[in-house]
Unconditional design. Sequence first.
Length: 206
Amino acid sequence: MNGIYHTLKRVFDFSIASLGLVILSPVLIIIAITIKLDSKGPVLFRQKRTGKNGRVFVIYKFRTMIANNDITDRNLQDKHTRVGTFLRQTSLDELPQLLNVIKGDMAIIGPRPWITDYLLYMNPTERGRLAVRPGITGLAQAKGRNGLDIHEKIAYDLEYVENFGFEEDLKVLHYTLKSLLPSSHTLVEAGKAHIYTELDQLKAAI
């Protein structure tokens, strides 16, 4: 069953991502042009993330911040562009990750891929979240994003891995669609300050 599921999941992910890129190509072009007109810098944001079994890959997003934003500098606050603020609020900045899905780095559904620093401070049990491909959306993402603390996120990710299958994917899809409703108060992905808060929480638990 697991073998069949993995095969079908990969075929589904590749097909949906490919079709999505074709259908959304006019939207992607408009977003790219708007980003270039709004601020200096590249259209795409690239960053190393940790994927399945700890393999590092480069994730793609639409750039939402000024070009010189440095994630390693805690003293430099995130500064979003005008277009970037809208893209983050609507999660449209995530669309280029369809390329990651096609490449096999990611799946449509799975634990969100984090920057590589997180792996340094997770214990063996917590690293179990890396047993599957990371996803564009996942159980923790749909349940509360950054309304959850880091340990709650990991718990949801481990729950997904433990129940890995068609039924679990449908559950995540249901929660994801629910989180997109106007009445949802789900928080959008936070910036650098939130990331370092989470890293500090992981360090404190070691």
